[in-house]
Design a protein around this ligand. Structure first.
Ligand SMILES: [Fe+2]
Length: 608
């Protein structure tokens, strides 16, 4: 029988993306930002869609159905309703959001058809249905409780339900403007970081602070119920009718105006970060308990932007009551493209779900473009790069040696990851044993704040020897402590240090990936999903006895993760990365011609 294809799209809000299924199997998925090089790209994902179709070797005429990840009219209704309820205070926001909505978003159907050149069925799911579908349908479970938590979709900001066989059912929702994602974003804004992308920084900053403001948050901002539902006191926020997240009352409550972005971080921001993180975890735990009570199932699936809070996820896993947890790697809105495609396939077309025991359907999240060796070589030649081609085994050995010698390596290998984390396809790697590696990578490579922690990629079968974790964490969405025997206890002198002064104190045998509270955001690496990356870490272990490498995304601050060989070479040349492994080619920085910033090759590229 001819294969049947379903395309899912998320667009026009943030993190546009496309995902394609062939007979229910995920063939390709990618975020538009990787192609346009604009972080959080919100426009129609023209490149991501065309990549997905190309990967499958089809055109839009071959599609059996198309799904869109939310209901634009419902979302418009929320915006209009908010406007009417808060006018004239919200007039300015409406003027900003309104005309764009009118013009572009209400007419999504026509727009999608025109862009795709497609006249078949287009189905719309609700935003949280798309998240929930992306959490359950690719999971390894035949039955699970499902929890989605984010900023806002149409009206819902969180939902709870169940996934069974080939469908999901949502039982409970929490509605705008009561949103855990937006509460977290309010603190992200107030501590001087960018809303929608700076939330990670708040989470990374939290362990440096004290939970000083927790009570204040409970007393004034959030009325949290036992079941995890809550009301936010809108007297302190400005996002409903204004253009900012917080208002003057919020500033008064926390003793001053928001931190001006890029100014010095103080203990206050760290305490604020720690406080909102604790509240966030408490809400997540209560919601998880409610999901358990409602379903009595042992499995929980998570998605929505808040599911990227790996500290909160780990607490759910540790403190139960669920036995197993699966989190969609593209937990943010990009993942909605995948969720809706699966809903269209399983719910609309009533297709069964095939489960492979113990394995999810994400293929390690390596669902983006790969590049043929000839194309990479043609590119390298065209820019006069100096490179050495190696066979697989010598390449892995040479890379492991570079890492063991303390070099920082750009690792570009196979298909690009889907979701915000680099998982060993577009990664910058280093030696976790080096006490200088964290500062060096943050400042000289990523050009970002020195406090930002790095994540370890560890061989799956070794994870329990190094960390307090003994399950799969393939998508870097769980944290756990470094094992006691690998920790370096703090001296009395060090205990006296506060905040960022603690940063340069080695905390373990693997200081570059050990956070200030001895935690690490772990990626377990299995040979069946990424054999090259797995074997590279094995080679590193042979040389050093350490089955772990530092893994950070291949990009610089504020830029999307690299997609093409061109992107990778540019990033390599602009930073202090020592060596670049581009498919089978090794490039050493010292051998490269002088980099000219004006060099501007076309971003047109061909794919495998
Ligand atoms: Fe969302």
């Amino acid at each position: 029988m001819k294969p049947r294809y379903v395309l899912g799209i998320s667009a026009f809000y943030h993190d546009s993306a496309a995902a394609l299924l062939r007979d229910g199997d995920i063939v390709a998925a990618a975020s538009e930002e990787r192609f346009t090089r604009k972080k959080g790209e919100a426009s129609y994902p023209v490149h991501a869609v065309s990549y997905c179709l190309r990967e499958a070797g089809i055109t839009s005429n071959d599609l059996m159905g198309v799904g869109f990840y939310d209901k634009p009219l419902l979302k418009f209704e929320r915006i209009l309703d908010t406007y009417l309820a808060t006018a004239p205070r919200s007039l300015r926001q409406f003027l900003v959001a309104g005309p764009v909505w009118m013009k572009e978003k209400v007419f999504t159907d026509r727009q999608l058809r025109d862009a795709l050149g497609y006249e078949g069925a287009i189905l719309y799911a609700e935003h949280h249905e798309s998240h929930a579908a992306s959490a359950f349908l690719p999971s390894p479970f035949d039955e699970a409780a499902v929890l989605t938590i984010d900023g806002v979709g149409e009206w819902a900001t969180a939902s709870l339900g169940v996934g069974r066989d080939n469908d999901i059912e949502l039982w409970k929702e929490l509605f705008w403007p009561d949103s855990l994602g937006l509460l977290y974003s309010a603190f992200t804004y107030y501590t001087g970081f960018k809303v929608n992308s700076g939330e990670y920084k708040v989470m990374g900053l939290a362990p440096y602070g004290e939970p000083k403001y927790v009570q204040l948050i409970y007393d004034h901002l959030i009325d949290l119920k036992e079941d995890g539902s809550f009301r936010l006191n809108q007297e302190y926020f400005d996002y409903v009718g204004g253009l900012r997240m917080t208002n003057g009352n919020f500033a008064e409550l926390f003793g001053g105006p928001p931190r001006v972005p890029e100014t010095r971080l103080t203990q206050r921001e760290m305490d604020l970060a720690r406080s909102v993180q604790e509240v966030c975890e408490e809400v997540m735990l209560r919601m998880a308990r409610t999901a358990y009570k409602a379903t009595s199932l042992d499995n929980l699936c998570l998605a929505g932007g808040v599911a990227l809070n790996c500290v909160g996820n780990a607490r759910i896993l540790r403190e139960g009551p669920f036995k197993r947890l699966w989190i969609q790697p593209a937990a943010g809105d990009a993942g909605g493209a995948l969720g809706v495609a699966q809903l269209v396939w399983h719910r609309h077309f009533k297709q069964p779900r095939t489960l492979v025991p113990g394995r999810d359907g994400m293929k390690g999240a390596y669902l983006g473009p790969a590049f043929r060796e000839e194309l990479i070589e043609a590119f390298l030649t065209s820019v006069g790069a100096v490179y050495h081609k190696l066979e697989r085994q010598p390449l892995l050995e040479a890379t492991a040696k570079l890492l063991a010698d303390g070099r920082i390596v750009g690792w570009f290998n196979g298909r690009m990851e889907f979701g915000p984390r680099a998982l060993g396809a577009r990664s910058i790697l280093g030696d976790p044993r080096s006490p200088r590696m964290q500062a060096q990578m943050n400042i000289k490579i990523k050009f970002r704040e020195g406090f930002r922690p790095f994540a370890p990629s560890v061989l799956r079968e070794r994870v329990a020897e190094w960390f307090e974790l003994d399950c799969d964490s393939p998508y870097m969405l769980l944290v756990a402590s470094v094992k006691k025997e690998h920790q370096i206890p703090m001296t009395t002198e060090q205990r006296k240090l506060w905040g960022l002064d603690l940063l340069n104190q080695p905390r373990s045998d693997i200081p570059a990936v050990t956070h200030i509270d001895y935690s690490a955001r772990i990626q377990t690496v299995s040979r069946d999903t990424n054999p090259d990356y797995y074997d590279l870490i094995r080679e590193f272990e042979k040389l050093t006895g350490c089955p772990i490498v530092v893994n950070t995304s291949f990009n610089v601050r504020g830029e999307p993760i690299v997609c093409t060989p061109q992107d990778a070479y540019t990033c390599f040349m602009r930073t202090h990365i020592d060596a670049l492994i581009l498919g089978p080619f090794v490039l050493h920085k010292t051998e490269q011609p002088t980099w000219k910033e004006t060099q501007d090759w076309t971003r047109e590229f061909q794919l495998d």
